[in-house]
Design a protein around this ligand. Structure first.
Ligand code: HEC
Ligand code: HEC
Length: 332
Protein backbone atom coordinates (compact mmCIF):
# COMPACT_ATOMS: atom_id res chain seq x y z
CA UNK A 1 0.00 0.00 0.00
CA UNK A 2 1.38 3.36 -0.99
CA UNK A 3 1.45 6.17 1.51
CA UNK A 4 -1.10 8.09 -0.59
CA UNK A 5 -3.69 5.31 -0.65
CA UNK A 6 -3.26 4.74 3.07
CA UNK A 7 -3.83 8.42 3.82
CA UNK A 8 -7.60 8.23 4.48
CA UNK A 9 -7.02 5.44 6.96
CA UNK A 10 -4.22 7.35 8.68
CA UNK A 11 -6.46 10.41 8.90
CA UNK A 12 -9.30 8.36 10.34
CA UNK A 13 -7.03 6.85 12.95
CA UNK A 14 -5.66 10.26 13.73
CA UNK A 15 -9.07 11.85 14.19
CA UNK A 16 -10.15 8.97 16.42
CA UNK A 17 -7.03 9.59 18.49
CA UNK A 18 -7.84 13.31 18.74
CA UNK A 19 -11.40 12.46 19.77
CA UNK A 20 -10.18 10.08 22.48
CA UNK A 21 -7.78 12.65 23.87
CA UNK A 22 -10.60 15.23 23.93
CA UNK A 23 -12.90 12.80 25.73
CA UNK A 24 -10.23 11.98 28.31
CA UNK A 25 -9.72 15.72 28.77
CA UNK A 26 -13.38 16.37 29.42
CA UNK A 27 -13.56 13.43 31.81
CA UNK A 28 -10.96 14.96 34.08
CA UNK A 29 -12.38 18.46 33.71
CA UNK A 30 -15.17 17.65 36.18
CA UNK A 31 -13.52 17.66 39.57
CA UNK A 32 -14.38 15.49 42.55
CA UNK A 33 -13.90 15.64 46.29
CA UNK A 34 -12.30 12.23 46.85
CA UNK A 35 -11.47 12.69 50.51
CA UNK A 36 -14.89 11.53 51.71
CA UNK A 37 -15.81 9.44 54.77
CA UNK A 38 -15.74 5.69 54.11
CA UNK A 39 -18.99 4.54 52.52
CA UNK A 40 -19.78 7.58 50.38
CA UNK A 41 -19.30 8.22 46.68
CA UNK A 42 -16.94 11.00 45.66
CA UNK A 43 -18.64 14.39 45.58
CA UNK A 44 -18.85 15.90 42.12
CA UNK A 45 -17.73 19.51 41.86
CA UNK A 46 -18.95 21.51 38.85
CA UNK A 47 -16.02 22.64 36.70
CA UNK A 48 -17.17 26.28 36.83
CA UNK A 49 -17.13 26.28 40.63
CA UNK A 50 -13.95 24.59 41.89
CA UNK A 51 -13.45 24.20 45.65
CA UNK A 52 -10.94 26.47 47.40
CA UNK A 53 -10.33 27.24 51.08
CA UNK A 54 -11.16 30.94 50.57
CA UNK A 55 -14.46 30.09 48.86
CA UNK A 56 -15.45 27.52 51.50
CA UNK A 57 -14.72 30.02 54.31
CA UNK A 58 -16.85 32.63 52.54
CA UNK A 59 -19.68 30.13 52.00
CA UNK A 60 -19.57 29.17 55.66
CA UNK A 61 -19.84 32.82 56.71
CA UNK A 62 -22.76 33.41 54.32
CA UNK A 63 -24.55 30.29 55.55
CA UNK A 64 -24.60 31.57 59.13
CA UNK A 65 -25.29 35.22 58.26
CA UNK A 66 -28.80 36.56 58.85
CA UNK A 67 -28.04 39.56 56.62
CA UNK A 68 -29.16 37.25 53.81
CA UNK A 69 -32.76 37.78 54.89
CA UNK A 70 -34.79 40.94 54.32
CA UNK A 71 -35.13 41.91 58.00
CA UNK A 72 -31.76 40.38 58.97
CA UNK A 73 -33.46 37.89 61.28
CA UNK A 74 -33.00 34.56 59.50
CA UNK A 75 -29.91 32.76 58.21
CA UNK A 76 -29.67 29.44 56.36
CA UNK A 77 -28.66 27.93 59.71
CA UNK A 78 -31.91 29.15 61.31
CA UNK A 79 -33.60 26.27 59.47
CA UNK A 80 -30.56 24.04 58.91
CA UNK A 81 -29.26 24.16 62.45
CA UNK A 82 -26.10 22.14 63.16
CA UNK A 83 -27.49 21.44 66.66
CA UNK A 84 -30.40 19.57 65.07
CA UNK A 85 -28.60 17.59 62.38
CA UNK A 86 -28.52 20.67 60.10
CA UNK A 87 -32.31 20.58 60.13
CA UNK A 88 -34.95 21.55 62.71
CA UNK A 89 -36.62 19.68 65.57
CA UNK A 90 -40.04 21.01 64.53
CA UNK A 91 -42.08 19.71 61.56
CA UNK A 92 -42.11 23.06 59.77
CA UNK A 93 -39.83 26.09 59.70
CA UNK A 94 -40.40 29.77 60.35
CA UNK A 95 -39.03 32.39 58.00
CA UNK A 96 -39.14 36.20 58.18
CA UNK A 97 -42.10 37.73 60.05
CA UNK A 98 -42.84 34.29 61.50
CA UNK A 99 -44.16 33.04 58.14
CA UNK A 100 -44.42 29.26 58.16
CA UNK A 101 -43.47 27.07 55.19
CA UNK A 102 -45.10 23.82 54.15
CA UNK A 103 -42.19 21.42 54.42
CA UNK A 104 -39.70 20.00 56.89
CA UNK A 105 -36.18 21.33 56.29
CA UNK A 106 -34.03 18.39 55.15
CA UNK A 107 -30.59 17.95 56.68
CA UNK A 108 -27.93 19.31 54.37
CA UNK A 109 -25.36 16.69 55.39
CA UNK A 110 -24.20 14.68 52.34
CA UNK A 111 -26.36 16.90 50.18
CA UNK A 112 -23.48 17.22 47.70
CA UNK A 113 -24.24 13.60 46.78
CA UNK A 114 -27.85 14.25 45.80
CA UNK A 115 -28.63 14.19 42.08
CA UNK A 116 -31.43 16.70 42.61
CA UNK A 117 -32.37 19.03 45.45
CA UNK A 118 -35.54 19.68 47.47
CA UNK A 119 -38.04 17.02 48.55
CA UNK A 120 -39.53 17.09 45.04
CA UNK A 121 -36.15 17.26 43.28
CA UNK A 122 -36.92 20.55 41.54
CA UNK A 123 -33.38 22.01 41.69
CA UNK A 124 -30.52 20.36 39.86
CA UNK A 125 -27.50 21.84 41.63
CA UNK A 126 -26.65 23.30 45.02
CA UNK A 127 -25.80 26.56 43.24
CA UNK A 128 -29.30 26.72 41.75
CA UNK A 129 -30.87 25.65 45.05
CA UNK A 130 -29.22 28.31 47.25
CA UNK A 131 -30.88 31.28 45.54
CA UNK A 132 -34.37 29.91 46.20
CA UNK A 133 -34.63 30.25 50.00
CA UNK A 134 -33.05 33.71 49.81
CA UNK A 135 -35.89 34.94 47.60
CA UNK A 136 -38.69 32.73 48.96
CA UNK A 137 -41.39 34.87 50.63
CA UNK A 138 -41.84 32.51 53.58
CA UNK A 139 -38.12 31.99 54.10
CA UNK A 140 -35.66 34.90 53.71
CA UNK A 141 -37.75 37.10 51.39
CA UNK A 142 -34.72 38.98 50.09
CA UNK A 143 -34.30 40.57 46.68
CA UNK A 144 -31.00 39.49 45.08
CA UNK A 145 -29.98 42.95 43.85
CA UNK A 146 -30.64 44.31 47.34
CA UNK A 147 -28.52 41.55 48.85
CA UNK A 148 -25.60 42.32 46.49
CA UNK A 149 -25.78 45.96 47.60
CA UNK A 150 -25.99 45.05 51.27
CA UNK A 151 -22.94 42.79 51.19
CA UNK A 152 -20.97 45.21 49.00
CA UNK A 153 -21.42 47.81 51.74
CA UNK A 154 -19.43 45.52 54.05
CA UNK A 155 -15.69 45.88 53.32
CA UNK A 156 -14.85 42.52 54.85
CA UNK A 157 -17.23 40.78 52.44
CA UNK A 158 -15.82 42.69 49.45
CA UNK A 159 -12.39 41.48 50.46
CA UNK A 160 -13.52 37.88 50.91
CA UNK A 161 -15.27 37.80 47.51
CA UNK A 162 -12.11 39.17 45.91
CA UNK A 163 -10.04 36.44 47.57
CA UNK A 164 -12.48 33.68 46.64
CA UNK A 165 -13.48 34.78 43.12
CA UNK A 166 -11.11 37.57 42.12
CA UNK A 167 -14.15 39.79 41.67
CA UNK A 168 -17.03 41.64 43.25
CA UNK A 169 -20.12 40.45 45.14
CA UNK A 170 -22.73 38.89 42.83
CA UNK A 171 -25.75 36.71 43.57
CA UNK A 172 -24.28 33.89 41.47
CA UNK A 173 -21.08 33.96 43.54
CA UNK A 174 -23.06 34.00 46.80
CA UNK A 175 -24.69 30.77 45.63
CA UNK A 176 -21.37 29.30 44.45
CA UNK A 177 -19.65 29.98 47.78
CA UNK A 178 -22.52 28.49 49.79
CA UNK A 179 -22.56 25.41 47.53
CA UNK A 180 -18.80 24.96 47.97
CA UNK A 181 -19.27 25.06 51.76
CA UNK A 182 -22.17 22.60 51.64
CA UNK A 183 -20.07 20.12 49.62
CA UNK A 184 -17.74 19.82 52.61
CA UNK A 185 -20.50 18.70 55.00
CA UNK A 186 -20.18 14.93 54.87
CA UNK A 187 -20.83 12.08 57.27
CA UNK A 188 -20.62 8.29 56.97
CA UNK A 189 -18.31 5.55 58.26
CA UNK A 190 -21.26 3.99 60.07
CA UNK A 191 -21.13 0.34 61.20
CA UNK A 192 -23.03 -0.39 57.97
CA UNK A 193 -20.39 1.39 55.86
CA UNK A 194 -17.55 -0.38 57.65
CA UNK A 195 -19.27 -3.74 57.17
CA UNK A 196 -19.84 -3.09 53.45
CA UNK A 197 -16.18 -2.24 53.13
CA UNK A 198 -15.00 -5.54 54.49
CA UNK A 199 -14.95 -5.01 58.26
CA UNK A 200 -16.85 -8.22 59.05
CA UNK A 201 -17.29 -7.50 62.77
CA UNK A 202 -18.45 -3.87 62.40
CA UNK A 203 -22.11 -4.82 62.80
CA UNK A 204 -23.26 -6.77 65.84
CA UNK A 205 -25.89 -9.53 65.60
CA UNK A 206 -28.90 -7.29 66.01
CA UNK A 207 -27.60 -4.85 63.39
CA UNK A 208 -27.09 -7.70 60.94
CA UNK A 209 -30.62 -8.93 61.56
CA UNK A 210 -31.93 -5.36 61.16
CA UNK A 211 -29.95 -4.97 57.96
CA UNK A 212 -31.53 -8.08 56.48
CA UNK A 213 -35.00 -6.86 57.45
CA UNK A 214 -34.11 -3.60 55.66
CA UNK A 215 -32.63 -5.09 52.50
CA UNK A 216 -34.54 -8.40 52.19
CA UNK A 217 -37.58 -8.95 54.35
CA UNK A 218 -39.03 -5.40 54.04
CA UNK A 219 -37.38 -4.39 50.73
CA UNK A 220 -36.54 -0.91 51.97
CA UNK A 221 -33.43 -1.22 49.81
CA UNK A 222 -35.61 -1.19 46.67
CA UNK A 223 -35.68 2.61 47.01
CA UNK A 224 -33.06 3.33 49.68
CA UNK A 225 -30.43 1.51 47.65
CA UNK A 226 -26.87 0.91 48.81
CA UNK A 227 -24.59 2.76 49.31
CA UNK A 228 -25.92 6.27 49.77
CA UNK A 229 -29.35 4.75 50.53
CA UNK A 230 -31.31 6.52 47.85
CA UNK A 231 -32.25 5.70 44.26
CA UNK A 232 -32.44 9.45 43.49
CA UNK A 233 -35.98 8.86 42.20
CA UNK A 234 -39.38 10.33 43.11
CA UNK A 235 -42.10 8.12 44.63
CA UNK A 236 -45.48 8.48 46.23
CA UNK A 237 -45.20 6.64 49.53
CA UNK A 238 -48.61 7.83 50.69
CA UNK A 239 -47.34 10.45 53.12
CA UNK A 240 -49.44 13.61 53.57
CA UNK A 241 -52.97 14.49 52.62
CA UNK A 242 -52.65 14.56 48.83
CA UNK A 243 -50.59 12.41 46.44
CA UNK A 244 -47.08 13.78 46.02
CA UNK A 245 -43.94 12.59 44.31
CA UNK A 246 -41.09 12.88 46.78
CA UNK A 247 -37.40 12.10 46.30
CA UNK A 248 -36.11 9.15 48.33
CA UNK A 249 -34.05 10.61 51.21
CA UNK A 250 -30.67 9.33 52.35
CA UNK A 251 -30.90 7.72 55.77
CA UNK A 252 -27.73 8.17 57.84
CA UNK A 253 -27.78 9.81 61.28
CA UNK A 254 -31.57 9.77 61.45
CA UNK A 255 -31.58 10.15 65.24
CA UNK A 256 -30.43 13.74 64.76
CA UNK A 257 -33.11 14.78 62.29
CA UNK A 258 -36.53 13.98 63.77
CA UNK A 259 -39.29 14.66 62.79
CA UNK A 260 -39.40 12.72 59.53
CA UNK A 261 -40.83 12.92 55.99
CA UNK A 262 -41.34 15.95 53.72
CA UNK A 263 -44.04 17.37 55.99
CA UNK A 264 -42.41 16.32 59.26
CA UNK A 265 -45.54 14.34 60.08
CA UNK A 266 -43.78 11.44 61.84
CA UNK A 267 -42.34 12.32 65.24
CA UNK A 268 -40.27 9.16 65.71
CA UNK A 269 -38.57 6.43 63.71
CA UNK A 270 -40.88 3.96 65.42
CA UNK A 271 -43.82 5.80 63.80
CA UNK A 272 -42.05 5.52 60.43
CA UNK A 273 -41.49 1.79 60.82
CA UNK A 274 -45.14 1.23 61.87
CA UNK A 275 -46.24 3.25 58.83
CA UNK A 276 -44.24 1.10 56.40
CA UNK A 277 -45.34 -2.04 58.22
CA UNK A 278 -48.99 -1.31 57.50
CA UNK A 279 -48.17 -0.57 53.84
CA UNK A 280 -48.65 3.19 53.95
CA UNK A 281 -51.86 5.01 53.07
CA UNK A 282 -53.55 3.20 50.22
CA UNK A 283 -54.41 5.66 47.45
CA UNK A 284 -54.22 6.01 43.68
CA UNK A 285 -50.61 6.51 42.59
CA UNK A 286 -49.14 4.83 45.67
CA UNK A 287 -45.84 3.18 44.77
CA UNK A 288 -46.53 -0.57 44.23
CA UNK A 289 -43.63 -1.40 46.55
CA UNK A 290 -45.70 -0.05 49.43
CA UNK A 291 -47.57 -3.06 50.82
CA UNK A 292 -48.31 -4.51 54.27
CA UNK A 293 -45.15 -6.15 55.61
CA UNK A 294 -46.47 -7.94 58.72
CA UNK A 295 -43.17 -7.62 60.54
CA UNK A 296 -42.89 -9.36 63.89
CA UNK A 297 -42.16 -7.30 67.01
CA UNK A 298 -38.58 -8.57 66.98
CA UNK A 299 -38.11 -7.65 63.31
CA UNK A 300 -39.31 -4.10 64.02
CA UNK A 301 -36.88 -3.76 66.94
CA UNK A 302 -34.03 -5.06 64.79
CA UNK A 303 -34.93 -2.72 61.94
CA UNK A 304 -35.05 0.26 64.34
CA UNK A 305 -31.70 -0.70 65.76
CA UNK A 306 -30.19 -0.84 62.27
CA UNK A 307 -31.73 2.54 61.36
CA UNK A 308 -30.24 4.17 64.48
CA UNK A 309 -27.06 2.45 65.71
CA UNK A 310 -26.27 0.80 62.37
CA UNK A 311 -26.43 4.09 60.46
CA UNK A 312 -24.74 6.32 63.04
CA UNK A 313 -21.72 8.12 61.57
CA UNK A 314 -18.40 7.92 63.34
CA UNK A 315 -17.86 11.68 62.98
CA UNK A 316 -20.48 14.31 62.33
CA UNK A 317 -19.91 17.92 61.27
CA UNK A 318 -21.37 19.89 64.16
CA UNK A 319 -21.61 23.30 65.77
CA UNK A 320 -17.81 23.64 65.87
CA UNK A 321 -18.08 24.62 62.20
CA UNK A 322 -19.80 27.83 63.22
CA UNK A 323 -17.07 28.72 65.76
CA UNK A 324 -16.46 32.45 65.76
CA UNK A 325 -19.78 33.09 64.04
CA UNK A 326 -22.78 34.22 66.09
CA UNK A 327 -25.47 31.54 65.80
CA UNK A 328 -29.03 32.61 65.05
CA UNK A 329 -31.79 31.49 67.38
CA UNK A 330 -34.76 30.04 65.54
CA UNK A 331 -34.51 26.58 67.00
CA UNK A 332 -36.95 25.52 69.69
C1 HEC B 1 -37.20 29.37 56.72
C2 HEC B 1 -36.46 28.10 56.71
C3 HEC B 1 -35.34 27.91 55.72
C4 HEC B 1 -34.30 28.77 55.42
C5 HEC B 1 -34.05 30.16 55.96
C6 HEC B 1 -33.47 28.05 54.48
N1 HEC B 1 -33.97 26.81 54.23
FE1 HEC B 1 -33.12 25.40 53.09
N2 HEC B 1 -34.80 24.32 53.20
C7 HEC B 1 -35.90 24.62 53.97
C8 HEC B 1 -36.99 23.74 53.62
C9 HEC B 1 -38.38 23.73 54.24
C10 HEC B 1 -36.51 22.90 52.58
C11 HEC B 1 -37.30 21.86 51.83
C12 HEC B 1 -38.15 22.63 50.81
C13 HEC B 1 -38.73 21.79 49.73
O1 HEC B 1 -38.29 20.67 49.53
O2 HEC B 1 -39.62 22.29 49.03
C14 HEC B 1 -35.12 23.27 52.36
C15 HEC B 1 -34.26 22.64 51.46
C16 HEC B 1 -32.92 22.93 51.34
C17 HEC B 1 -31.95 22.14 50.61
C18 HEC B 1 -32.23 20.87 49.84
C19 HEC B 1 -31.73 19.68 50.59
C20 HEC B 1 -32.09 18.39 49.93
O3 HEC B 1 -31.78 17.32 50.49
O4 HEC B 1 -32.68 18.39 48.84
C21 HEC B 1 -30.74 22.77 50.72
C22 HEC B 1 -29.41 22.32 50.14
C23 HEC B 1 -30.96 23.96 51.50
N3 HEC B 1 -32.29 24.01 51.88
C24 HEC B 1 -30.00 24.91 51.77
C25 HEC B 1 -30.32 26.18 52.25
C26 HEC B 1 -29.45 27.33 52.16
C27 HEC B 1 -28.09 27.33 51.53
C28 HEC B 1 -30.11 28.36 52.76
C29 HEC B 1 -29.67 29.79 52.88
C30 HEC B 1 -29.37 30.50 51.68
C31 HEC B 1 -31.39 27.84 53.22
N4 HEC B 1 -31.49 26.52 52.88
C32 HEC B 1 -32.31 28.58 53.95
C33 HEC B 1 -35.97 25.60 54.93
C34 HEC B 1 -35.12 26.70 54.95
C1 HEC C 1 -41.10 3.05 47.17
C2 HEC C 1 -39.81 3.48 47.63
C3 HEC C 1 -39.51 3.36 49.10
C4 HEC C 1 -39.51 2.22 49.89
C5 HEC C 1 -39.82 0.80 49.47
C6 HEC C 1 -39.11 2.65 51.20
N1 HEC C 1 -38.90 3.99 51.22
FE1 HEC C 1 -38.42 5.09 52.85
N2 HEC C 1 -38.74 6.78 51.80
C7 HEC C 1 -39.07 6.86 50.47
C8 HEC C 1 -39.48 8.19 50.13
C9 HEC C 1 -39.88 8.71 48.76
C10 HEC C 1 -39.42 8.92 51.34
C11 HEC C 1 -39.84 10.38 51.54
C12 HEC C 1 -41.35 10.41 51.70
C13 HEC C 1 -41.91 11.72 52.15
O1 HEC C 1 -41.17 12.52 52.72
O2 HEC C 1 -43.09 11.98 51.92
C14 HEC C 1 -38.94 8.00 52.36
C15 HEC C 1 -38.69 8.37 53.68
C16 HEC C 1 -38.15 7.53 54.63
C17 HEC C 1 -37.72 7.94 55.94
C18 HEC C 1 -37.72 9.36 56.49
C19 HEC C 1 -36.38 10.02 56.25
C20 HEC C 1 -36.33 11.48 56.63
O3 HEC C 1 -35.24 12.03 56.61
O4 HEC C 1 -37.38 12.09 56.88
C21 HEC C 1 -37.26 6.81 56.58
C22 HEC C 1 -36.67 6.74 57.98
C23 HEC C 1 -37.44 5.71 55.67
N3 HEC C 1 -37.98 6.18 54.50
C24 HEC C 1 -37.13 4.39 55.94
C25 HEC C 1 -37.59 3.33 55.17
C26 HEC C 1 -37.67 1.97 55.62
C27 HEC C 1 -37.22 1.48 56.99
C28 HEC C 1 -38.21 1.24 54.61
C29 HEC C 1 -38.56 -0.22 54.60
C30 HEC C 1 -39.48 -0.65 55.64
C31 HEC C 1 -38.45 2.15 53.51
N4 HEC C 1 -38.08 3.42 53.89
C32 HEC C 1 -38.98 1.79 52.28
C33 HEC C 1 -39.04 5.80 49.58
C34 HEC C 1 -39.14 4.47 49.97
Amino acid sequence: MSLLSALPMILRTLSLFVLLVALAGSAIADDFISDVPLGLDWVRVPDDNPQSPAKIALGRRLFFDSQLSRDKSISCASCHDPKHGWSLATPLAKGVDGRVGERNPPSIINTGLQHSLFWDGRARTLEEQALEPIQNRVEMDMELGELEKRLTADRTYVLQFRQAFGGEVTAARIAQAIAAFERTLLAAETPYDLFRNGRATAMDDQMSRGSSVFFSRANCGDCHIAKVLTDHQLHDTGVGASPKLIRTPMLRDLERTAPYMHDGSFATLRDVVEYYDRGGNQRAGLDPRMRPLNLTRQEKEDLLYFLTAGLRSRAYPGVEISAGIELPTNSP
